[in-house]
Design a protein around this ligand. Structure first.
Ligand code: AP5
Length: 184
């Protein structure tokens, strides 16, 4: 059973590694960014509500993502493990997740902190070119990460639940380091 949280700045490789590991372990990869982008693409009422936050690199209001995660974790395929990618993103969301998991008798095994220097991130994301990958928005996302999400590293470290992985190496080497970190 694997239950992991992927932390790390934008472009650190959370999505790449989470997708691969989830596929290997046959568990759902739950990316709040992807769920939100899909809503925007489908022009649902949720999508219309959140589009400006994504465009500007701001965090979407907590309640919106908390509802999405609650709904997704309640599906049957998530009963035997999951990888949360991009959630929680601040202490309020982390406390929400604790409470939610407690209610269903689950827990988080590890929070994985992916470490990559800022200049590498900016190069990677500029090359990718997603709609929120302009240099200005990337820099803003990095600021939001430092202010709101980075405190979660100490939050999980303090509970003995943190593993750090060097994300600044080839994708296969990151995957091997990750595997070693979680002991799978
Ligand atoms: P989200 O989708 O979570 O984006 P992000 O955190 O900015 O992360 P990215 O997808 O940019 O990067 P990643 O770390 O997943 O790296 P990836 O593997 O893609 O969130 C987007 C927005 O949604 C937020 O700004 C916010 O508005 C909203 N949101 C989401 N969750 C929220 C929440 N919980 N609360 C509130 N708002 C929320 O890789 C990036 C690139 O690098 C790719 O091109 C990849 O091919 C490449 N790459 C990956 N690994 C390597 C490697 N080892 N070497 C070289 N290249 C690599």
């Amino acid at each position: 059973m694997t239950r992991l949280i992927f932390l790390g700045p934008p472009g650190s490789g959370k999505g790449t590694q989470a997708a691969q590991l989830a596929n290997n372990e046959q568990i759902p990869h739950i990316s709040t960014g992807e769920l939100l982008r899909k809503a925007v693409e489908d022009k649902t009422s949720l999508g219309l509500k959140v589009q400006s936050y994504l465009d500007e690199g701001e965090l979407v209001p907590d309640k919106v993502v908390e509802d999405l995660v609650k709904e997704r974790l309640s599906k049957s395929d998530a009963s035997s493990g999951w990888i949360l990618d991009g959630f929680p993103r601040n202490v309020v969301q982390a406390e929400f997740l604790d409470k939610l998991l407690e209610e269903v008798g689950q827990w988080t095994d590890w929070a994985i902190a992916m470490e990559v220097p800022d200049d590498v991130i900016v190069d990677r994301l500029r090359e990718r070119g997603r709609s929120d990958d302009s240099e200005e928005t990337i820099r803003h996302r990095l600021e939001v990460y430092r202010e709101k999400t980075a405190p979660l590293i100490d939050f999980y470290r303090g509970r003995g639940q943190l593993k750090s992985v060097n994300g600044n190496q080839p994708i296969a080497d990151v995957a091997a380091a990750l595997k070693q970190a979680i002991g799978s």
